[in-house]
Ligand binder design. Sequence first.
Ligand code: HEM
Length: 443
Amino acid sequence: MSESSAALELDDIQSGVLSPRPTPYAATYLCFRIDDAAPGRELMRRVSAVVPSAADQVSPLGQTWVSVALTCHGLRALGVPRASLDTFAWEFRQGMAARATALGDDGASHPGNWEAPLGTGQVHVVLTAVAPDRERLEAAVDRARPAYDRLTGVSAIWRQDCYALPTETEHFGYRDGVSHPAVEGSPIAGSNPLEAPLKAGEFVLGYRDESGGTQLPQPQVLGRNGSYAVFRKLHQDVAAFRRYLRQAATGPEDEELLAAKIMGRWRSGAPLALSPHHDDLALGADPARRNTFAYARDDPAGFTTPAGSHIRRANPRDAAVAGEVRLHRMIRRGAVYGPPLPAGALEDDGADRGLMFAFIGAHPGRQFEFVQSQWMNDSVFFGAGHEKDPVTGAHDGSGGLTIPRRPLRRRLPPPPRFVRTRGGEYCFLPGLRALRWLGDLRT
Ligand code: HEM
């Protein structure tokens, strides 16, 4: 058997790559700068002892699960040679801030307006810790603190706390974390039985992917069983979102219908595809049913789920679009940050709230960047000009949303920008052997 078609080495893959998070949970992102390679390597040695693998049922830190990711600057700060860095994905080497134009990060979302130190080159290591609640998370962070606090030459420079609401909704009020792809050879099932599992090489480096190729940064010990992670702190203007729906709707019932047409799902998570006329709480809560649908046969023109809705753009499934959908699938791990805006409020209270968006995959260019630039910020792929994703698009006063309807389609006015990028980083999630290799690096 060739290496690229070998079984997934789950015991060498970080658990955070393939395993969904527990619900509910609290999470924290901790960013570090490495000023000196030796203590940076020591940090790698220490964290490699607490990062669970995808084969582990129990984390070395009890109920707290940790993953560790490095930016390209971080690999460089540890002394990874240039020849090795050159074998990593081009977008990763550029860094997210340099990709602003492609990602639609302009105006308030421009890297010049990001929250420091994101996008400045100072972020070298991103540790993510996830626990069932804040108390256990805080206890684990306290226990882990000596691992980095006493390392001269390594500084903790940013922290973002996140959590999952017990309702599993994000701030706009929709259930999130519903749709996930299945990965061949992984014990984690996907959520849509109608979608065949994706080749492991779409998400883990060193295995065959959907295009028949294999990505493997060098040396092999560093690249194999790794993946890329895209972290984005996305601010959500909840009041503007609510006002938009209120103004566009003819009444409260219509407001909920428009909310569903924009997302492709009702707030409960029930998809329009399976419940076209009203929300269905039981369906929204049922993991066995709520993602079992496709578009091509019953809804090719989007009369039920508009082609421009968020979930149909983000994953057109079997719908006819330009391109090959299976090359643009994503593993997502979103987490809410900031306090909820009180129910019913239509004015912003100035609080910072949103989503820490995390994408994981082996192809940051043709997966995350493609989806963001072509499917979120354009509509040419399904033949609808330059409308943008109604939820997360980089709106500029043009566009709007076309809702197919008989006898006449309905057009919603151009939305304002509801989601603003506050910063982000492209990272590499090494396998466990690679973490130890980084710890022992001598250059
Ligand atoms: C603050 C910004 C965002 C919010 C509030 C948001 C919200 C949601 C919600 C509520 C769902 C439906 C639940 C689910 O399928 O898990 C969803 C699905 C999804 N979103 Fe987002 N999202 C945001 C940004 C993004 C971005 C930037 C991307 C990609 C570049 C993205 C990609 C996806 C994908 C791939 C799905 C699954 C679609 C499917 O398989 O049916 N989202 N999102």
